[in-house]
Structure formats: structure tokens, C-alpha cells
Design a protein around this ligand. Structure first.
Ligand code: ATP
Ligand code: MG
Length: 463
């Protein structure tokens, strides 16, 4: 007889029904969710008390001379040191040991960059391109598939752009609030999110409607407390500082989800309300688009009203996806949903526009790009090439590699730009950083191209 080398049976055989029942516990109830939430809350406070709070107070690390001259201000290290020596008023950095490497805060790096920008060689790019007199570019990162790297991509792009010298605003449209905790935001309720801006836009619409109603001799529709309160909220009051000197935040938390219920109610009673213009109109009215260079919008994994608003507001739309069959398939359906959603808005609007002889609505984006994230060249090369073949220019040619550094960076540090390179093998760091730098470079190319097109358009119009 052969010995049985198969080992014990797999664990799903021979489960005893009575033993299973004994393990099961009582049926779950709504109250049970309350208890679960309280248990999580208690665990969270415990973690917070041990300094492991995900959205606790954040400070940004320092930047070394090596990193500055390698990644941020492209000059030879010797020249950099000489310039500091000749200009004692410039930040001089601090070293941990006598004669050791000098470290600078990002604020100091920004001052140094400004100095090189005005005093340094004109042939070098110290300050990034930004045409005068044009508004900030809005960039939405969206895909209705969850976990594809929307938040990571948006956060890394925001940080790259800030390191590059741009002034950045990050808007969290996801009530999960991941982006908000990456930037250490504190949000009490929906009144500290974009919600009041959307409400204000609707309230202004309603006020205009009421004027017309009264002109026709009809009774005005009342503005409820929410709408009256929202009329007083300016975007500036929602903006929070972050631990990055040139990144600000409009945060989110769970209550923002309320907008998904409230917006359709407003849509029903105010038929002519252009919900898709709400965010852009309010940011523009409050001068936000002049105060920043780039506005990044992180969206939830759903095509709800907040996402539609973010997409409609954006100039550049990035759609992250992994090079896997499921994500490719689901992204195809996402594009299909975008097509039907935006064409149904256009059709409905344009029926009225044609009747009234007004301009027709046609949504337009400077660029839409799918971006491969978490790419593993050893497993996914074939699928990624196939995606490239079918999507052509719509797929950004740079693939953002899977990098363990993202998960490893630690509790208080989010992603590669906040991590101290000394915590990693230098080579691992350089490789991880390269892939996110390349993601940024691909994005920056779109940004600069789009600004350039606008600038040339302005010039032409003026001639
Ligand atoms: N390039 C990368 N390398 C390794 N891990 C990554 C990379 N990009 C993202 N991740 C990880 O993948 C997970 C999902 O990423 P992320 O939260 O950015 O996705 P998301 O699309 O915003 O998710 P959601 O739909 O829930 O908002 C996270 O654990 C993140 O750390
Ligand atoms: Mg996310």
C-alpha cells in the first residue's frame, strides 16, 4: 500500500454543523453596527494615544543638499554651496553633526529656488512654467473602480508639483477622507467640505429663479436654513493649511456623502440648475483659481454627483487603473458611463438651448489620460501592451511601477516624497522615486501643453 502523502484534508471538509452553530453567535442587528463602530472608535483612540493616529499632527521632513541639488534645484553641489556662502541672508540649513550634510525645510528650499530663479542662469529651469493671467488648472483623478490608485496618484502628483514649486490646492471629494488624512486635515462635518459651495451655487440659482418668479407675479420658493447659511460661505474659509508650505486642502469626511442625497433633491426642484458648473463657478467667484497653480480633485470610487461635479470642473482628467483584466474591463465601463452621463446632460441642455437660440453646451477637457498604476513588469507586460495598443494616446505611456516603498513608508509618512531616503537602500529609493517622478513628468507635459494652448489662444484673441 502507498503511504498517504496527501496530508490532512483541506479545511473546508467535515465541518460539524453543531460546532459551526456554536461559533456563529447571535444574528446581527442594526444595533450591532453601532457596537462595531464604537469598538473601532475605542481602538482608534487607543492607537492615537500611542502616537499611531493616521491623521494626527504632521510635520514635513527636511531636505538634504544631495536631494535638493539632485531633484529640486538642478545645480552642481559645489555651486550650490558657494552661492549659499556668498549670500549669508539665504537659508543656510542645519546639520546633525559637526560638518555633516546640511538639511533644509521645504520653505527654505522654496526661498532658495526663488533666489536661483531670479539670480541664476536663465538657461536653466528653476521655476516651473506658468503663463500669466490664466487660471489654475484643475485636475481630477477618477475611476469608479475602487483601489486602483486614485488617491495615491493624486497625493503623489500634488507633492511632486509642490516640490517643483507650484502652489497646489487639494480638494477631497471622497467621503472616505483618505486624501484628507494624508494631508493631516481636520474636518468636523460637511460644512467644512465642498458641500456649502455646492449649496451656495444652488442657492444663487434659486435666488435668480425667484426673481423671475416674482417678475411673473408668482410666489418665490423659500430658501431653507441650509441654503441661506451656505450663501455666506466662501471657499477660503474651507481651505486648511497642511504640513506642506505650498499645499492647501479642502477636506472631506463621512458627512460629505450627504451631498449624494441632497443634490438630486435640489435638481428636482430647480430644473434649470447647472450642477456641473457648481464647483468651478464657486472656486472662480472666490478667486481660488487665481490663488493657486494647480487644483487636484480626489474622487470616490463611484460615479455619483460629487464625482460628476469634479469631472466637469476638471481641465485634465486622469484615470488610474492596474494592468489587469478586471481593471481594464471595468475602466472600459467607466468610460462608457462617462459617455452616457455627459451626453445625456448635453442633450437635455441643448434641447432647451436650441429652443432659446442660446449657445449649446459641450463639455471639453484639455486632456484625458488613463494611467497604469501598480505596474509589475514581470507579470503584466503583455496585458499592458495590449491596453496600449487599444487605447493609443489615451493611455499615458509611462507605467507607474508597483513599489513596496508606498506601503513601507510608515504610519506618519505618506508615500515616497515624505519618506526620508536614509530609511531605505539608496537604490530602492532612487527606483521608487523615479517611477513617481516619471508619473509627474507625464502629467506636467499635459499641464504645460494645455496652458500653452490657452496662452496662444489668448494671444491670438488679442491680435
Ligand atoms: N505604485 C504603487 N505601488 C504600490 N502600492 C500602491 C501603488 N499605488 C497605490 N498603491 C496601494 O494600493 C492601495 C490602493 O490605493 P489608493 O488608495 O490610492 O486607491 P484608490 O483608487 O484611491 O482607492 P479608493 O477607490 O478606495 O478611493 C493602497 O494600499 C496603496 O498604498
Ligand atoms: Mg481613494
Amino acid at each position: 500500500m502507498k503511504p498517504d502523502t496527501r496530508g490532512p484534508l483541506p479545511p473546508y471538509f467535515n465541518i460539524d454543523p453543531d460546532a459551526a452553530l456554536a461559533h456563529l453567535g447571535n444574528p446581527a442587528t442594526t444595533k450591532g453596527f453601532g457596537a462595531m463602530a464604537r469598538a473601532c472608535e475605542a481602538g482608534r483612540s487607543d492607537l492615537a494615544s500611542r502616537g499611531l493616529e493616521a491623521d494626527g499632527h504632521r510635520t514635513l521632513r527636511l531636505f538634504s543638499t544631495w536631494e535638493i541639488t539632485r531633484y529640486l534645484i538642478p545645480v552642481a553641489t559645489g555651486h550650490f554651496r558657494r552661492v549659499l556662502k556668498q549670500n549669508p541672508d539665504l537659508p543656510q540649513g542645519r546639520s546633525e553633526t559637526e560638518g555633516g550634510a546640511k538639511w533644509f525645510t521645504l520653505d527654505e528650499v522654496l526661498r532658495l529656488r526663488a533666489h536661483f530663479g531670479t539670480e541664476g542662469s536663465k538657461a536653466k529651469e528653476y521655476l516651473p512654467y506658468r503663463p500669466q493671467g490664466l487660471p489654475a488648472k484643475m485636475v481630477a483623478v477618477a475611476n469608479f473602480k475602487g483601489g486602483v490608485g486614485k488617491t495615491s496618484t493624486a497625493a503623489h502628483l500634488a507633492m511632486s508639483a509642490a516640490l517643483d514649486g507650484y502652489k497646489v490646492l487639494v480638494i477631497d471629494l471622497d467621503s472616505q477622507g483618505s486624501m484628507t488624512s494624508i494631508f493631516g486635515g481636520k474636518v468636523q462635518d460637511e460644512w467644512q467640505t465642498v458641500f456649502p459651495l455646492l449649496a451656495r451655487h444652488y442657492a444663487l440659482h434659486l435666488r435668480g429663479e425667484n426673481q423671475r418668479r416674482m417678475d411673473r407675479g408668482e410666489a418665490p420658493l423659500p430658501l431653507d436654513d441650509t441654503l441661506s447659511d451656505a450663501l455666506d460661505v466662501k471657499a477660503q474659509s474651507l481651505v486648511q493649511k497642511t504640513h506642506w508650505p505650498n499645499i492647501d486642502l479642502i477636506g472631506a469626511q463621512l458627512n460629505l456623502y450627504w451631498a449624494e442625497f441632497q443634490i438630486p433633491v435640489w435638481r428636482m426642484s430647480g430644473r434649470g440648475w447647472k450642477l456641473w458648473d457648481a464647483l468651478t463657478d464657486m472656486l472662480e467667484a472666490d478667486g481660488i483659481l487665481d490663488a493657486y497653480d494647480i487644483v487636484f480633485l480626489d474622487t470616490p470610487p463611484a460615479l455619483g454627483y460629487l464625482t460628476i461635479n469634479g469631472l466637469a470642473a476638471s481641465d485634465i482628467l486622469l484615470v488610474p487603473l492596474g494592468a489587469s483584466f478586471l481593471e481594464f474591463d471595468s475602466t472600459g465601463r467607466f468610460f462608457d458611463m462617462l459617455h452616457s452621463t455627459f451626453s445625456s446632460i448635453e442633450d437635455a441642455e441643448n434641447m432647451a438651448a436650441r429652443a432659446l437660440g442660446r449657445d449649446e453646451l459641450s463639455f471639453q477637457w484639455d486632456a484625458v489620460r488613463a494611467v497604469v498604476t501598480r505596474y509589475d513588469g514581470s507579470q503584466q507586460a503583455e496585458l499592458a501592451s495590449l491596453m496600449q495598443a487599444y487605447l493609443g494616446q489615451t493611455l499615458s505611456p509611462h507605467r507607474q511601477d508597483f513599489t513596496a516603498l508606498i506601503g513601507q513608508a510608515g504610519e506618519q509618512v505618506q508615500g515616497i516624497y515624505e519618506a526620508d531616503y536614509r530609511d531605505f537602500n539608496r537604490e530602492t529609493y532612487v527606483r521608487g522615486r523615479e517611477t513617481f517622478d516619471a508619473t509627474y513628468a507625464a502629467f506636467k507635459q499635459l499641464l504645460i501643453g494645455a496652458w500653452r494652448r490657452d496662452a496662444l489662444g489668448l494671444q491670438e484673441a488679442a491680435e
